[in-house]
Design a binder for this molecule. Structure first.
Ligand code: GLN
Length: 485
């Protein structure tokens, strides 16, 4: 039996369907890879026994008509999984075993996949480098000194290292797209409300969205199709017909109008990123798309707006972790108040505490109007910029990050420099728009770089199609040497 773990999900599915490989054999290959990749620190919890049971069940009674027939999948440890520990990368949820399944993971299992394990992430998804996790930092398979991006760094690293054929992450301000770009993979943040938030540990509820992380655009369309859909358990879920993204994937983009926003050319942007963007424009133009210069004047306020709105919502969402009903409870303290205080100070890490402090401050009486309310108004202006431009263009092309993967420890002493890494990704979250990051080249160190396409509300199919056409015509080669084995 050949090792097919380095192939795309789509190719693996073909081999399952043609019975070239069984689900049990496939699962065993991934388990072997995971056991050999402990150095990357991608897994917080494994579910090997359960996975092998499920694989056997599939092989005994296969249903090849499903979207993900007999496919083992590891997922970010922010998705609640029934009877499997879910930590959100935090000490405060170290011992939390949900009794229920998130809607998004349930949708994957209903389409034939099953759980392989839970992937490391920044604590409560707060971070851009997977260095804030209680379970230690994750290493990028691209290089042993490099961060894999964050917060879905366990997901991007596991995917690029062939430890799972595809995965899912969450994206509040870039946590799917930035780690995808740092590892040379594809990541899509759907329109707000396309994927249910039910059963996902909440960070900032008006921004959080789950989405696929995959090796190819075809895989991305398959995973999105499987995981999305209306859910009455999430009041912000969009009621609409389910789309067939994989079946409708097309590479003809002739005549489509692609906007290039001038505000994304930031100060001190490395030349390589500029070159990557220019090259991206050229590829799309050669494929028959029209390139149009546009302006999104309020983009410059997106990062400060995000770093008010997200911590504000986080401070409210994280108030529930008090040691009473579930999660870590401190044994110290002489009364209830001290128990709360000790639980939270032992349970949360520094970055989470920083966000709670910022969030509480911007919501406090006397500062609410100046910060939170103002940020909400600016958020509307940022959204309006996009609405105005989407009457003229079909999609917007930008770089996905201002740099390639940076070194472990490089930005941990300076939170603002870490936050700046989200500069190109947060606008789509603030405006609730779909955005896909896909590999587009390498920098002079040989590290992957990504471009991003932002689409109109619910226009996932179009940005998938453009990325698909791009992928076919971009000679991106991300050969990762397995130095960790
Ligand atoms: N890096 C951003 C933050 O720390 C985004 C995180 C995310 O999308 N979950 O807030």
């Amino acid at each position: 039996m050949n090792d097919i773990t380095n192939q795309s999900l789509d190719e693996i599915i073909k081999k399952i369907k043609s019975k070239e490989i069984s689900s049990v054999e496939l699962t065993k290959l991934f388990i072997k890879n995971i056991e050999n990749a402990k150095k990357l620190n991608t897994f917080v919890t494994t579910a090997f026994e359960q996975a092998l049971d499920n694989a056997k069940k599939f092989d005994d009674n296969p249903n090849f008509d499903q979207l993900l027939p007999g496919i083992p999948l590891a997922v970010k440890d922010l998705f609640c999984t029934s009877n499997i520990r879910t930590t959100a990368g935090s000490n405060i949820l170290n011992n939390f075993v949900p009794t229920y399944e998130s809607t998004v993971t349930k949708n994957l299992w209903d389409n034939g996949a099953f759980l392989l394990g839970k992937l490391n992430c920044d604590e409560f998804a707060m971070g851009s480098s997977n260095e804030t996790s209680h379970f230690g930092n994750v290493i990028n398979p691209v290089g042993d000194k490099l961060v894999p991006g964050g917060s879905s760094g366990g997901s991007s690293s596991a995917l690029a290292a062939d430890l799972t054929p595809a995965t899912i992450g969450t994206d509040t301000g870039g946590s799917i797209r930035q780690p995808a770009s740092f590892t040379g993979t594809v990541g899509l943040k759907p329109t707000y409300g396309l994927c249910s938030r039910w059963g996902i540990v909440a960070f900032a509820s008006s921004l959080d969205q789950a989405g696929p992380m995959t090796k190819t655009v075809t895989d991305c369309s398959l995973m999105l199709e499987a995981m999305s859909g209306f859910d009455e358990k999430d009041s912000t879920s969009i009621k609409k017909e389910k789309e067939k993204y994989s079946k409708n994937l097309k590479d003809n983009i002739k005549g489509l109008k692609i906007g290039i926003p001038k505000e994304y050319r930031v100060n001190n942007m490395p030349k390589e990123i500029d070159k990557l963007w220019e090259n991206g424009k050229k590829i799309l133009k050669d494929l028959g798309a029209k390139i149009i210069d546009i302006s999104l004047p309020h983009t410059k306020y997106a990062l400060p707006t995000y770093y008010i709105v997200a911590p504000a919502e986080a401070s409210s969402n994280l108030a529930r972790y008090d040691g009473v009903r579930y999660g870590h409870r401190s044994k110290k303290g002489k009364d209830l108040i001290e128990m709360y205080e000790n639980t939270r100070s032992e349970g949360f890490g520094d970055e989470v505490k920083r966000r709670i402090l910022i969030g509480t401050y911007v919501l406090s009486s006397g500062y609410y109007d100046a910060y939170y309310l103002k940020a909400q108004k600016v958020r509307q202006l940022i959204k309006k910029d996009f609405d105005d431009n989407f009457t003229k263009v079909d999609a917007i092309l930008t770089p996905s990050t201002p740099s390639s993967a940076f070194k472990i420890g490089e930005k941990t002493d300076n939170p603002v420099s870490m936050y700046l890494n989200d500069i190109f990704t947060v606008p789509a979250n603030l405006a609730g728009l779909p955005a896909i990051a896909f590999p587009a080249g390498l920098d002079n160190k040989g590290y992957p770089l990504g471009l991003q396409l932002i689409g109109k509300v619910l226009d996932e199919q179009k940005i998938l199609n453009i990325a698909y056409a791009f992928e076919k015509n971009c000679k991106f080669n991300n050969e990762i040497k397995k130095w960790w084995v």
